[in-house]
Ligand binder design. Structure first.
Ligand SMILES: Nc1nc2c(ncn2[C@@H]2O[C@H](COP(=O)(O)OP(=O)(O)OP(=O)(O)O)[C@@H](O)[C@H]2O)c(=O)[nH]1
Ligand SMILES: C[C@H](OP(=O)(O)O)C(=O)O
Length: 267
Protein backbone atom coordinates (compact mmCIF):
# COMPACT_ATOMS: atom_id res chain seq x y z
CA UNK A 1 0.00 0.00 0.00
CA UNK A 2 1.22 3.52 -0.76
CA UNK A 3 2.29 5.74 2.11
CA UNK A 4 -0.50 7.31 4.14
CA UNK A 5 -0.63 8.56 7.70
CA UNK A 6 -3.44 7.36 9.95
CA UNK A 7 -4.41 9.50 12.92
CA UNK A 8 -6.91 9.04 15.74
CA UNK A 9 -7.81 12.24 17.64
CA UNK A 10 -8.36 11.36 21.27
CA UNK A 11 -9.54 13.26 24.34
CA UNK A 12 -8.76 11.17 27.43
CA UNK A 13 -9.88 13.67 30.09
CA UNK A 14 -13.55 14.14 30.91
CA UNK A 15 -14.45 12.43 27.62
CA UNK A 16 -17.91 11.95 26.19
CA UNK A 17 -19.56 14.65 28.30
CA UNK A 18 -22.83 13.98 26.44
CA UNK A 19 -22.93 10.56 28.15
CA UNK A 20 -22.59 12.09 31.61
CA UNK A 21 -26.27 11.47 32.43
CA UNK A 22 -25.72 7.70 32.19
CA UNK A 23 -22.00 7.10 32.86
CA UNK A 24 -19.77 8.52 35.58
CA UNK A 25 -16.54 10.22 34.54
CA UNK A 26 -14.58 7.10 35.48
CA UNK A 27 -16.95 4.92 33.42
CA UNK A 28 -16.68 7.30 30.46
CA UNK A 29 -12.88 7.08 30.64
CA UNK A 30 -13.03 3.28 30.56
CA UNK A 31 -15.59 3.43 27.76
CA UNK A 32 -13.48 5.64 25.45
CA UNK A 33 -10.41 3.53 26.22
CA UNK A 34 -12.27 0.38 25.12
CA UNK A 35 -13.62 2.13 22.06
CA UNK A 36 -10.13 3.29 21.09
CA UNK A 37 -8.84 -0.28 21.56
CA UNK A 38 -11.58 -1.46 19.24
CA UNK A 39 -10.63 1.08 16.58
CA UNK A 40 -6.95 0.12 16.86
CA UNK A 41 -7.74 -3.59 16.44
CA UNK A 42 -9.89 -2.92 13.37
CA UNK A 43 -7.22 -0.71 11.76
CA UNK A 44 -4.66 -3.44 12.36
CA UNK A 45 -6.96 -6.10 10.87
CA UNK A 46 -7.50 -3.89 7.83
CA UNK A 47 -3.76 -3.84 7.15
CA UNK A 48 -2.90 -0.33 8.37
CA UNK A 49 0.77 -0.38 9.38
CA UNK A 50 1.14 2.71 11.52
CA UNK A 51 -1.23 4.79 13.63
CA UNK A 52 -0.70 8.05 15.45
CA UNK A 53 -2.92 8.81 18.42
CA UNK A 54 -3.32 12.57 18.61
CA UNK A 55 -4.11 13.02 22.28
CA UNK A 56 -5.33 16.25 23.85
CA UNK A 57 -3.37 15.52 27.02
CA UNK A 58 -0.52 13.31 28.16
CA UNK A 59 -1.73 9.77 28.86
CA UNK A 60 -0.96 8.17 32.19
CA UNK A 61 1.59 5.37 32.11
CA UNK A 62 -0.93 2.57 32.61
CA UNK A 63 -3.14 3.79 29.73
CA UNK A 64 -0.13 4.32 27.49
CA UNK A 65 1.21 0.82 28.25
CA UNK A 66 -2.19 -0.66 27.58
CA UNK A 67 -2.44 1.03 24.17
CA UNK A 68 1.11 0.04 23.32
CA UNK A 69 0.19 -3.59 23.92
CA UNK A 70 -1.76 -3.38 20.63
CA UNK A 71 1.42 -2.63 18.68
CA UNK A 72 3.37 -5.34 16.88
CA UNK A 73 6.23 -5.43 14.36
CA UNK A 74 3.75 -4.73 11.55
CA UNK A 75 1.56 -2.29 13.49
CA UNK A 76 3.28 0.71 14.99
CA UNK A 77 1.48 2.99 17.46
CA UNK A 78 2.82 6.47 18.13
CA UNK A 79 1.26 8.76 20.72
CA UNK A 80 1.54 12.50 20.18
CA UNK A 81 0.09 15.28 22.30
CA UNK A 82 -1.48 18.58 21.24
CA UNK A 83 -3.50 20.55 23.77
CA UNK A 84 -5.30 22.60 21.12
CA UNK A 85 -8.99 22.04 20.35
CA UNK A 86 -9.92 19.21 17.97
CA UNK A 87 -9.99 21.11 14.66
CA UNK A 88 -6.85 23.14 15.42
CA UNK A 89 -4.90 20.04 16.46
CA UNK A 90 -5.98 18.09 13.37
CA UNK A 91 -5.21 21.01 11.05
CA UNK A 92 -1.72 21.35 12.53
CA UNK A 93 -1.28 17.63 11.95
CA UNK A 94 -2.47 17.91 8.34
CA UNK A 95 -0.09 20.78 7.57
CA UNK A 96 2.84 18.72 8.81
CA UNK A 97 2.06 15.79 6.51
CA UNK A 98 3.41 15.38 3.00
CA UNK A 99 1.39 12.21 2.38
CA UNK A 100 -2.40 11.59 2.44
CA UNK A 101 -3.93 11.49 5.91
CA UNK A 102 -6.64 9.12 7.12
CA UNK A 103 -8.47 10.47 10.20
CA UNK A 104 -10.48 8.02 12.29
CA UNK A 105 -12.45 9.03 15.37
CA UNK A 106 -11.90 7.02 18.53
CA UNK A 107 -15.59 6.55 19.37
CA UNK A 108 -16.42 4.19 16.52
CA UNK A 109 -17.19 1.19 18.68
CA UNK A 110 -18.80 -0.78 15.83
CA UNK A 111 -16.26 -0.03 13.08
CA UNK A 112 -15.39 -2.92 10.75
CA UNK A 113 -12.32 -3.63 8.65
CA UNK A 114 -14.48 -3.40 5.50
CA UNK A 115 -15.30 0.21 6.45
CA UNK A 116 -11.60 0.98 6.78
CA UNK A 117 -10.74 -0.66 3.47
CA UNK A 118 -13.51 1.26 1.72
CA UNK A 119 -11.94 4.48 2.97
CA UNK A 120 -8.35 3.73 2.08
CA UNK A 121 -8.62 1.98 -1.28
CA UNK A 122 -6.80 3.92 -3.97
CA UNK A 123 -8.87 6.43 -5.90
CA UNK A 124 -6.87 6.22 -9.11
CA UNK A 125 -7.90 2.64 -9.77
CA UNK A 126 -11.59 3.17 -9.09
CA UNK A 127 -11.62 6.30 -11.28
CA UNK A 128 -9.81 4.45 -14.04
CA UNK A 129 -12.25 1.58 -13.79
CA UNK A 130 -15.18 3.98 -13.99
CA UNK A 131 -13.78 5.83 -16.98
CA UNK A 132 -12.83 2.58 -18.67
CA UNK A 133 -16.37 1.30 -18.17
CA UNK A 134 -17.99 4.33 -19.75
CA UNK A 135 -15.50 4.18 -22.64
CA UNK A 136 -16.52 0.55 -23.18
CA UNK A 137 -20.14 1.61 -23.44
CA UNK A 138 -19.34 4.35 -25.93
CA UNK A 139 -17.12 2.18 -28.06
CA UNK A 140 -19.49 -0.76 -27.98
CA UNK A 141 -21.93 1.39 -29.91
CA UNK A 142 -19.65 1.59 -32.93
CA UNK A 143 -17.48 -1.54 -32.64
CA UNK A 144 -17.83 -5.14 -31.63
CA UNK A 145 -17.80 -5.72 -27.85
CA UNK A 146 -14.62 -7.75 -28.09
CA UNK A 147 -12.65 -4.96 -29.73
CA UNK A 148 -13.97 -2.42 -27.24
CA UNK A 149 -13.01 -4.53 -24.23
CA UNK A 150 -9.43 -5.10 -25.28
CA UNK A 151 -8.96 -1.42 -26.21
CA UNK A 152 -10.43 -0.35 -22.89
CA UNK A 153 -8.09 -2.61 -20.98
CA UNK A 154 -4.98 -1.05 -22.45
CA UNK A 155 -6.49 2.43 -22.25
CA UNK A 156 -7.22 1.83 -18.57
CA UNK A 157 -3.64 0.82 -17.90
CA UNK A 158 -2.15 3.86 -19.55
CA UNK A 159 -4.67 6.16 -17.81
CA UNK A 160 -3.74 4.73 -14.43
CA UNK A 161 -0.13 5.67 -15.09
CA UNK A 162 -0.85 9.09 -16.51
CA UNK A 163 -3.48 10.11 -13.94
CA UNK A 164 -2.19 8.48 -10.77
CA UNK A 165 -0.81 11.60 -9.12
CA UNK A 166 -3.50 14.25 -9.67
CA UNK A 167 -6.40 11.89 -9.11
CA UNK A 168 -4.88 10.35 -6.05
CA UNK A 169 -4.07 13.58 -4.25
CA UNK A 170 -6.89 15.89 -5.30
CA UNK A 171 -9.66 14.17 -3.46
CA UNK A 172 -11.13 13.55 -0.07
CA UNK A 173 -13.36 10.74 1.09
CA UNK A 174 -15.79 11.05 3.99
CA UNK A 175 -17.57 8.50 6.17
CA UNK A 176 -20.39 10.57 7.69
CA UNK A 177 -21.59 10.21 11.25
CA UNK A 178 -25.27 9.40 11.81
CA UNK A 179 -26.06 12.92 13.03
CA UNK A 180 -24.31 14.96 10.36
CA UNK A 181 -20.76 14.73 11.71
CA UNK A 182 -17.60 13.31 10.15
CA UNK A 183 -16.50 9.97 11.56
CA UNK A 184 -13.65 9.17 9.18
CA UNK A 185 -11.98 11.21 6.50
CA UNK A 186 -9.30 10.36 3.97
CA UNK A 187 -7.57 13.53 2.85
CA UNK A 188 -5.48 13.21 -0.28
CA UNK A 189 -4.38 16.86 -0.12
CA UNK A 190 -3.48 17.61 3.53
CA UNK A 191 -1.55 20.70 2.45
CA UNK A 192 -4.72 22.52 1.34
CA UNK A 193 -7.70 20.92 3.11
CA UNK A 194 -8.75 22.22 6.54
CA UNK A 195 -11.09 20.39 8.89
CA UNK A 196 -13.86 22.12 10.85
CA UNK A 197 -15.48 19.72 13.29
CA UNK A 198 -18.81 19.98 15.15
CA UNK A 199 -22.08 21.54 13.98
CA UNK A 200 -22.90 19.49 10.86
CA UNK A 201 -19.26 18.98 9.97
CA UNK A 202 -20.08 16.58 7.12
CA UNK A 203 -21.68 19.44 5.20
CA UNK A 204 -18.85 21.81 6.09
CA UNK A 205 -16.24 19.33 4.89
CA UNK A 206 -18.04 18.82 1.59
CA UNK A 207 -18.10 22.61 1.12
CA UNK A 208 -14.40 22.86 2.00
CA UNK A 209 -13.64 20.23 -0.66
CA UNK A 210 -15.57 22.29 -3.22
CA UNK A 211 -13.76 25.49 -2.21
CA UNK A 212 -10.41 23.78 -2.59
CA UNK A 213 -11.36 22.09 -5.88
CA UNK A 214 -11.09 18.60 -4.51
CA UNK A 215 -13.23 15.67 -5.57
CA UNK A 216 -15.34 14.51 -2.61
CA UNK A 217 -16.43 10.91 -2.29
CA UNK A 218 -18.84 9.72 0.39
CA UNK A 219 -18.62 6.21 1.82
CA UNK A 220 -21.65 5.50 3.94
CA UNK A 221 -21.88 2.55 6.26
CA UNK A 222 -24.17 1.81 9.17
CA UNK A 223 -21.28 0.68 11.39
CA UNK A 224 -18.97 3.57 10.49
CA UNK A 225 -21.79 6.06 11.07
CA UNK A 226 -22.47 4.75 14.58
CA UNK A 227 -20.46 7.12 16.76
CA UNK A 228 -21.14 7.03 20.47
CA UNK A 229 -22.39 10.49 21.40
CA UNK A 230 -25.72 10.20 23.17
CA UNK A 231 -27.01 7.72 25.79
CA UNK A 232 -29.26 5.92 23.27
CA UNK A 233 -26.20 5.22 21.08
CA UNK A 234 -25.10 2.73 23.73
CA UNK A 235 -28.07 0.60 22.71
CA UNK A 236 -26.34 0.05 19.37
CA UNK A 237 -23.48 -1.58 21.25
CA UNK A 238 -25.97 -3.88 23.00
CA UNK A 239 -27.53 -4.75 19.64
CA UNK A 240 -24.51 -5.00 17.34
CA UNK A 241 -21.39 -4.81 19.49
CA UNK A 242 -19.02 -7.52 20.64
CA UNK A 243 -16.04 -8.20 22.87
CA UNK A 244 -14.91 -6.14 25.83
CA UNK A 245 -16.93 -3.03 25.01
CA UNK A 246 -20.15 -5.05 24.80
CA UNK A 247 -19.38 -6.68 28.14
CA UNK A 248 -18.66 -3.27 29.66
CA UNK A 249 -21.88 -1.67 28.41
CA UNK A 250 -23.93 -4.71 29.42
CA UNK A 251 -22.49 -4.56 32.89
CA UNK A 252 -22.74 -0.80 33.46
CA UNK A 253 -26.17 -0.48 31.92
CA UNK A 254 -27.32 -3.62 33.69
CA UNK A 255 -26.50 -1.87 36.94
CA UNK A 256 -28.59 1.16 35.98
CA UNK A 257 -32.20 0.10 36.10
CA UNK A 258 -33.67 3.11 34.25
CA UNK A 259 -31.53 2.71 31.12
CA UNK A 260 -31.95 -1.06 30.99
CA UNK A 261 -35.71 -0.60 31.17
CA UNK A 262 -35.63 2.01 28.37
CA UNK A 263 -33.65 -0.42 26.21
CA UNK A 264 -36.01 -3.32 26.93
CA UNK A 265 -39.02 -1.09 26.21
CA UNK A 266 -37.49 -0.10 22.86
CA UNK A 267 -36.80 -3.66 21.72
N1 LIG B 1 -6.88 15.65 20.08
C1 LIG B 1 -8.16 15.94 20.41
N2 LIG B 1 -9.14 15.04 20.22
C2 LIG B 1 -10.40 15.36 20.56
C3 LIG B 1 -10.73 16.60 21.14
N3 LIG B 1 -12.08 16.63 21.39
C4 LIG B 1 -12.56 15.45 20.98
N4 LIG B 1 -11.55 14.66 20.49
C5 LIG B 1 -11.67 13.33 19.88
O1 LIG B 1 -12.38 13.53 18.65
C6 LIG B 1 -13.33 12.50 18.44
C7 LIG B 1 -14.76 13.03 18.35
O2 LIG B 1 -15.05 13.79 19.52
P1 LIG B 1 -16.43 13.75 20.31
O3 LIG B 1 -17.33 12.73 19.74
O4 LIG B 1 -16.95 15.14 20.42
O5 LIG B 1 -15.92 13.22 21.72
P2 LIG B 1 -15.81 13.97 23.11
O6 LIG B 1 -15.28 15.35 22.93
O7 LIG B 1 -15.08 13.07 24.03
O8 LIG B 1 -17.34 13.97 23.55
P3 LIG B 1 -18.30 15.17 24.03
O9 LIG B 1 -17.69 15.75 25.26
O10 LIG B 1 -19.60 14.47 24.31
O11 LIG B 1 -18.36 16.12 22.87
C8 LIG B 1 -13.10 11.50 19.56
O12 LIG B 1 -12.17 10.56 19.07
C9 LIG B 1 -12.50 12.34 20.67
O13 LIG B 1 -11.70 11.56 21.56
C10 LIG B 1 -9.68 17.56 21.33
O14 LIG B 1 -9.89 18.67 21.81
N5 LIG B 1 -8.42 17.17 20.95
C1 LIG C 1 -16.24 15.68 16.01
C2 LIG C 1 -17.71 15.79 15.73
O1 LIG C 1 -18.28 14.67 16.30
P1 LIG C 1 -19.81 14.52 16.72
O2 LIG C 1 -20.11 15.60 17.67
O3 LIG C 1 -20.60 14.55 15.47
O4 LIG C 1 -19.76 13.18 17.33
C3 LIG C 1 -17.93 15.85 14.21
O5 LIG C 1 -18.08 14.77 13.61
O6 LIG C 1 -17.91 16.94 13.67
Amino acid sequence: MRAIKTVIPFKPDNPKSRLASVLTEEERKIFVGLSLENVLSVLKEAGIKQVEILSKSVLNTADENNLMSFSSPDFEIIIITDEADLSTAVNTYLKSSDVPVFIVMADLALLTKEDVKAMTEPMAESMTELMAESMTELMAESMTELMAESMTESLGESMAGAMAMPVRTNFIRIAPGKDGGTNMMYIGAPDVFEVNYYGESFKKHKEEAERKNLICEVRESFYAAADMDEPEDLFDILRYGSGKILAFVEQTIGEKEGIRKEFNDNE
